[in-house]
Design a protein around this ligand. Structure first.
Ligand SMILES: [Fe+2]
Ligand SMILES: [Fe+2]
Length: 279
């Protein structure tokens, strides 16, 4: 079974390199002929209240031939915690706006004997009613998936590279982590895939592959220090998962894509200005 994870497409209604790159990656993914594609969030450029970005992103992603499931990132629905980016906390309205375009923000897809599971990392530690609904669903997962091997997808990684960075800006919130770990311990998880860090890394935890997937839009070569994200690749790409007897994740990228830093992306600078964010 072949699964492709795409993430952090950061598509803007203003076009530019995030859109042209996303279109290149859509064609590249189609040529890979996956059985299923999972988008792990930050679908849109920066502002969860900009509906025009969702409209364009949905159009571009509709070019993917395989079945597609889409999870939200912090730039799609806001984020939990005291100091959310751009003063955009996760709210019920923002989640509803995401769901209206991309469907429910959690799923189990059974493909070729594998359970492909995804859920919304921005709900953890949020206190929203949607968080409790998601917990009820998470705690029913052992019953839903049974003994099948599982791959788990989230926008933010479940665990930080270094424990001191386990916080709502970078990972599943620390107050929720033990409860989530108790669910995961009941599943036969063979791989975890996340986005958010704009950085490819492949590590291992208790026998499961732990994949940090690269963005298709921009890299953080200098702005994010190695002690936060660990060793890996600052390149744009997607991740192919060959799921058979073993899990084999691979970094994949087409030739000739533009690989800008965040602040080199014109629509990102415009979106920052519109949000009143100065970096
Ligand atoms: Fe991102
Ligand atoms: Fe993110």
């Amino acid at each position: 079974m072949k699964l492709v994870q795409i993430t952090d497409t950061h598509i803007s209604h203003l076009g530019g390199s995030p859109s042209s790159n996303a279109q290149r990656f859509v064609a590249f993914i189609n040529a890979m002929e996956p059985d299923i594609v999972v988008h792990t969030g930050d679908v849109t450029i920066l502002d969860p209240d900009e509906d025009r970005d969702r409209v364009v992103a949905k159009e571009i992603l509709a070019g993917i031939s395989a079945p597609l499931r889409v999870l939200p990132g912090n730039h799609d629905v806001g984020e939990p915690g005291d100091d959310p980016f751009g003063d955009r906390p996760v709210t019920s309205d923002r989640i509803a706006a995401f769901r209206a375009h991309f469907g429910i923000d959690r799923f189990v897809e059974v493909v070729d004997g594998w359970a492909v599971v995804g859920f919304n990392s921005e709900l953890f530690d949020s206190g929203l009613p949607e968080e409790e609904e998601q917990w009820a669903w998470l705690e029913s997962l052992p019953e839903q998936v049974g003994p099948r091997p599982v791959v788990v997808f989230t926008h933010k990684p479940v665990w930080a590279y270094a424990p001191e960075y386990q916080n709502t800006h970078l990972t599943v919130g620390p107050d929720s982590l033990p409860r989530l770990e108790a669910v995961l311990a009941q599943l036969d998880v063979r791989a975890f895939g996340s986005g958010h860090l704009h950085h490819y890394a492949l590590t291992e935890r208790d026998g499961a592959a732990v994949v940090s997937a690269p963005s298709t839009a921009f890299v953080h070569r200098g702005a994010v220090s190695a002690d936060i994200v660990g060793p890996g690749l600052a390149q744009l790409g997607v991740v192919e998962y060959d799921l058979g007897e073993r899990v084999l994740p691979s970094f994949r990228a087409p030739l000739d894509i533009v690989e800008p830093e965040f602040l080199e992306v014109e629509p990102a600078r415009i979106a920052l200005d519109a949000m009143g964010v100065t970096l």
